[in-house]
Design a protein. Sequence first.
Length: 241
Amino acid sequence: MRSLLICLPFLLGAFHPGPQQDQLTDTQLAQARLLVEKLAKSLEGVQRLHADFVQEQHSLLMSEPLTSKGRLHLRASPGCLLLELSSPKPAIVRSDSTSHQVYYPEAKKAERYLFASNEIAKTLLSILTADISEIEKAFDLTGLSRGEELTTLELRLRDIKKRKLVDRLSLTLDSKGNGLRQIVFVNAEGERTQMSLSNLRQVRADSPATERKKESEVFDRPLPEGVRLVVHSVPAQASGE
């Protein structure tokens, strides 16, 4: 299962966690819930989201973080998250409710993981869509840090069995209501991945036809001919551990 984690777009890199706040006051909890509701409302009716990203993966084995850059594409329904990495090497990472695929264009090879249910991907997808309004079904709200420009919300996964993959999560939002700016995932071992977003573009049902068509086919593009594909079936128990 460790090799699978190396392929996942968010769950990598070692990190020394700072102090964590595990319990909010009633006032802070109300403010945190209001923030989640505000974010969910801003995402209502959004069919797709596109953004540039910079991802940093910190490891005790490396003196400098491993940095990757590219373009993020998210489709609300059917749920699909696709990352087009431009550096350090080109790669296309695609996750949906039942699969996870990594395609390396230069090597002309791809690996696809099939799940009975890709619960981790479902959780990640909900964070970037209006489904975040129900985030407390999966996470406890544990921290809130409000600033003039940015506000950070800390969360912890409720399901102890899944904390090996995603223990803590933080969302950094534009305090003026302009959307999500950063996502940080930390697993039970203290491993951390930070993804910063910029140039966000939302596509809604009422967006112009040219805007709705732009990048609409990126999610379901078939692999080019000649690509060597290796398929792995992940047992239901393993996909949740």
